[in-house]
Each structure stands twice: as structure tokens, then as C-alpha cells.
Write a protein that binds this ligand. Structure first.
Ligand SMILES: Nc1ncnc2c1ncn2[C@@H]1O[C@H](COP(=O)(O)OP(=O)(O)O)[C@@H](O)[C@H]1O
Ligand SMILES: [Mg+2]
Length: 215
């Protein structure tokens, strides 16, 4: 589903990733671990097309997508959920979720597409008509995931889903990702700490820093 080989990427002339190999099958969760600054977000950005890799390849369903524009990579079924639970604060919870399906054809039925996510995150259903700014950080993370869910990606990249959210909301979020993967989605989760995320993953890679703090 997602195959990365020998991936190099960085900013300007500063290299960050030097030869990353990673392969994620449908239904599988791979965890990318490492300290702050090690290049975890850079990896997700280069898979998603936001940074052009300087070497190596990214394949989706066997097709080379290295260096394609983010919109094109999204169109081919990859979705990146950024860290920091980003949502549209002025829009209602419902409209935030609907945006995830905006590029899908036709007029998909809201219940049919969002139902499984709302079942896992009942608080979102209770707050469907409230503006997203009224949600807590953890609830906004749930919303960001629900929005990605209705896009029905085949590959989901999720950057630090547990960052800055209440401890008690982390298990339901990981549980949701686990069930989502079980539907046949290839999932990559980035975390700084091993914690509970390791329990849901089948594979993990570690990006480190040297003594000088260089990735
Ligand atoms: N937009 C950017 N421009 C230049 N350097 C960046 C940029 N974003 C990240 N970096 C650098 O790239 C390295 C890896 O960052 P990042 O991928 O964000 O790490 P992580 O997500 O693991 O915390 C760090 O040294 C960081 O300072
Ligand atoms: Mg990061």
C-alpha cells in the first residue's frame, strides 16, 4: 500500500532524513518514534508531497508518487492529519466533518459516512452543531480524525495524535485508529513517546538525534 525506500529530504541544504525505508500494508499500523526535532514530521510531509524528497521513492499502491503535489497525492488516497489538532474553529463540528468529504463525488449521506466515527466519539455527536472552537484539545483531535475518516483514505498519516490532549482521551483515540486500520487502511502514527501507541502498532521505526542534536 505505502512503500518508502531510501528516502532523503530536508530543508534547503540541511538534510533531515537520510535513507528512510518503511512499508505499511493495508490494515497495518506503523509507529514512527523519536524525540523532538528528529524528523518525524518531515517524514510525513515528504510522504504527503509537502516537501520534495531529494532522493528515494514513495510508492502508493505500487505507483511512484515521489515529488507529486500534495493535492495529487491526496487524490490518490493519502491523508495527512497534522499535529496540534487543527480544525476550523468558526465552523460547526458537523461542517468540519463534512469538509473531509468535500472532494468526494456526489452528496454522500452524512450519517452513512460519519456514523462510525461518531459512534467512537459520542461527544462529537452531542456537539455536532457547536463551533469547533468550543471543543477541548482532545475533542478537536477527535474531530480532525473524524474529518479525515470521512475522506476514506487508503493511507492515513497521523502526526502526534496524543500531543497536548488530556491523558484520558488518548486511549479512545488510539482505539479509533486501531479500528480504522482494521477496515483495511494503512496507518502511520508519529509519537514522541512509546506509551500506549506501541500497543496498537505492528511495526515501529525510530528516528534519533546525535549528541549535537542533529537528526
Ligand atoms: N520549515 C522548516 N525549515 C527548516 N528547518 C526545519 C523546518 N521544519 C523542521 N525543520 C528542522 O528539521 C528537523 C526535523 O524537524 P521535524 O521533522 O519537525 O522533527 P519532529 O517532527 O521529529 O519533531 C529539525 O532540526 C527542525 O529544526
Ligand atoms: Mg513533529
Amino acid at each position: 500500500m505505502l512503500e518508502i525506500s531510501g528516502l532523503h529530504a530536508g530543508y534547503g541544504r540541511v538534510p533531515v532524513l537520510r535513507g528512510i525505508d518503511l512499508s505499511v500494508a493495508p490494515g497495518e499500523i506503523v509507529l514512527v518514534l523519536g524525540p523532538n526535532g528528529a524528523g518525524k514530521s518531515t517524514l510525513l510531509r515528504s510522504i504527503g508531497g509537502f516537501i520534495k524528497p531529494t532522493a528515494g521513492t514513495v510508492r502508493l499502491d505500487g505507483k511512484d508518487v515521489t515529488g507529486l503535489a500534495p493535492e495529487e497525492i491526496t487524490r490518490r488516497g493519502l491523508r495527512l492529519v497534522l499535529d496540534g489538532h487543527r480544525v476550523f474553529p468558526e465552523l460547526s463540528v458537523r461542517d468540519n466533518i463534512r469538509l473531509g468529504a468535500a472532494f468526494r463525488g456526489g452528496r454522500p449521506d452524512f450519517e452513512a459516512m460519519a456514523g462510525p466515527a461518531l459512534e467512537m466519539f459520542p461527544i462529537l455527536r452531542q456537539k455536532l452543531h457547536d463551533p469547533a472552537r468550543d471543543l477541548s484539545g482532545g475533542q478537536q483531535q477527535m474531530l480532525a480524525l473524524a474529518q479525515a475518516f470521512v475522506a476514506q483514505p487508503r493511507v492515513l498519516l497521523c502526526d502526534e495524535p496524543s500531543l497536548g490532549i488530556a491523558q484520558m482521551l488518548i486511549p479512545p483515540i488510539l482505539d479509533f485508529l486501531k479500528r480504522w486500520a482494521a477496515l483495511g487502511t494503512a496507518v502511520v502514527i508519529v509519537e514522541q513517546q512509546i506509551d500506549s501507541a506501541l500497543a496498537v502498532a505492528v511495526q515501529a521505526i525510530y528516528l534519533g538525534l546525535d549528541e549535537e542534536g542533529t537528526p
